[in-house]
Design a protein around this ligand. Structure first.
Ligand code: TRP
Length: 339
């Protein structure tokens, strides 16, 4: 493990919202990489429930989703010995730092956020909560509180990372070195999984169509049914491709590759002379097999009464130690009378 200028191992932080079900896009694009990174970095992985309530949530479903996601983080291989796994709202420093950072964030910066524009383009202004507008500030607080060096996120979060860096730089230039400037980290092996029903858009938890995503807890039967109905095209060639009209087949091959670890060449050879039906069946099989150990671990973890809550409690304690130190130094610098 190499170390940073602060003389500690480089730190990683990332998070996923507990709204909706975790799916194979989250696993192959994020969680699987997090697991690999946890032994090389000081890792903080959170369940961002404060972000989830920027759109209305059913309280019972949110609570259940938070515990389920925590269980799935662990089932996917995050190990509390290596990673600090915690729930964002268990660490009140996130909200406190977000407020302070908000006072340093020009509205012009927020107005440029394309995710906000995308999310709200179909909403009435009256129904857009200001939390959704301020979402990137809270995300900056998540990252800066832990002095994270690296933030593994998908392309859709790059702009939020830029804003985080700008904010950290602005604060540092006014008050002196306070925050580590984080880098976006795109692990090479990460697979970008697209929606099965709409293969030109990234697989998403908030999509309502039942045929959009394979969830990590889907039964083998459901996995097969959904895969067999995945959108393809009218061609017949089974090859990787970056053409939009071939995005469906490319997506199936990407999933196959992520679960098997085989090279593109080996995979394409394997499917020579076969049809889309064979491809779908094969992708369903490797998906079922790939998820089986995760589902088994999940069942075992949830069977051990209280284990997940215990991990989250310890995670929040460790997270708070680090977060508290950063928040204190920020409060001091902006001139608060410390209690
Ligand atoms: N906005 C991120 C997403 O939707 C989730 C998130 C919140 C996050 N806070 C974070 C990701 C901090 C990385 C670091 O994907």
């Amino acid at each position: 493990m190499t170390s940073t200028k602060q003389g500690r191992p480089p730190r990683i932080l990332s998070g996923i919202q507990p709204s909706g079900q975790l799916h194979i896009g989250n696993y192959l694009g994020a969680l699987k990489q997090w697991v690999e990174l946890q032994t090389q970095y000081d890792s903080f992985y959170c369940i961002v429930d404060l972000h989830a309530i920027t759109v209305q949530q059913d309280p019972a479903a949110l609570r259940e989703g938070t515990r389920r996601n925590a269980g799935l983080y662990l089932a996917c291989g995050l190990d509390p010995q290596h990673s600090t796994v915690f729930v964002q709202s268990h660490v009140p420093e996130h909200s406190e730092l977000a407020w302070i950072l908000g006072t340093f964030t020009p509205m012009g910066w927020l107005n440029r956020m394309t995710q906000f524009k995308d999310k709200t383009s179909k909403m009435q202004t009256e129904s857009i909560g200001s939390g959704l507008y301020n979402y990137p500030i809270l995300m900056a607080a998540d990252i800066l509180l832990y002095q994270a060096d690296l933030v593994p996120v998908g392309d859709d979060q790059r702009q939020h990372l830029e804003l985080t860096r700008d904010l950290a730089q602005r604060f540092n230039s006014i008050y002196g070195d306070t925050f580590t400037i984080p880098q976006t980290f795109t692990p090479k092996a990460g697979a970008r999984v697209m929606g099965l029903d709409n293969p030109t858009a990234k697989m998403s938890k908030s999509e309502s169509s039942d045929l959009h995503a394979i969830n990590l807890l889907d039964t083998p039967d459901r996995i097969k049914k959904k895969m067999m109905r995945a959108v393809t095209d009218s061609g017949s060639e089974i090859r990787f491709s970056d053409l939009d009209e071939r995005a469906g087949v490319n997506n199936l091959l990407t999933i196959y590759q992520a679960f098997t670890g085989e090279s593109a060449e080996v995979i394409e050879n394997h499917f020579v002379g076969k049809g889309y039906g064979d491809l779908k069946k094969a992708v369903a099989e490797v998906t079922v097999e790939g998820l089986r150990p995760i589902q088994e671990r999940y069942q075992a973890l949830t069977g051990e009464g209280g284990y997940i809550d215990e991990v989250l409690k310890r995670g929040a304690e460790r997270a708070r130690e680090v977060a508290h130190k950063t928040l204190r130094s920020v409060q001091e610098r902006v001139g608060f009378l410390l209690p």
